[in-house]
Design a protein around this ligand. Sequence first.
Ligand SMILES: [Zn+2]
Length: 241
Amino acid sequence: MNKPFRKFKENTKLFFGGFFHLIFPNLCLSCSCELSRSEEHLCHFCFAQLTFTYFETAHEPSPLDKVFWGRVPIQKTYALLYFEQDKPSQKILHALKYQNKANLGIFMGHIIGKKLKENNFLCDIQALIPVPLHPKKEFLRGYNQSEKIAAGISKILAIPIVQKSIKKIKHTESQTKKDRFQRWENVAAIFGGTSRAIPFQHVAIVDDVVTTGSTIEALSRELLANNPELKISIISLAIAK
Ligand SMILES: [Zn+2]
């Protein structure tokens, strides 16, 4: 490329970049302040307000481990954040689901991957299985947020994502107005299509937020039905407090 043309190209890029920035400024998804070049998705102030679980360094069983006790055999569990109403953690999950922020999922996945890697936590997992979304929901949202989180983790840990091994076959209604038993009934028969064997010994199911654990329980049972020797762990972006 000749020099004047390169200069022209750079200037055009600068001009349109600035113009684009004026119309779509890069804002903190929690407090809406303008982000500096060193900040991504959240400003430093809001990022510092996130309540990290530090499960990666805990020696005692975590609250997330306890969610699955007596329900389904789970090897290890990990959540990066405690979910808190009206706090940046809620803003993250909301943006991930409803504001078309697929990159935010990858960004959070990178943070999870780095925490796990630095602390040698869950270092023997061989593959990731994102919790599937119903195809209709995925179509409307444009992506599956758990898949985006898994993509970020996959990049850092250099392990594959098991794609399309499981399908969500039933569209679930909102879980919020049901008790635990009703929720279980609601999700018990929603996953299918795992007749294909999973060619790994230890996998981690990846989710955005764990509340009752019913979805993961149903998914784990479906995986174990066809892969009885499979070891399953859980990685979630957040756990409800
Ligand atoms: Zn902020």
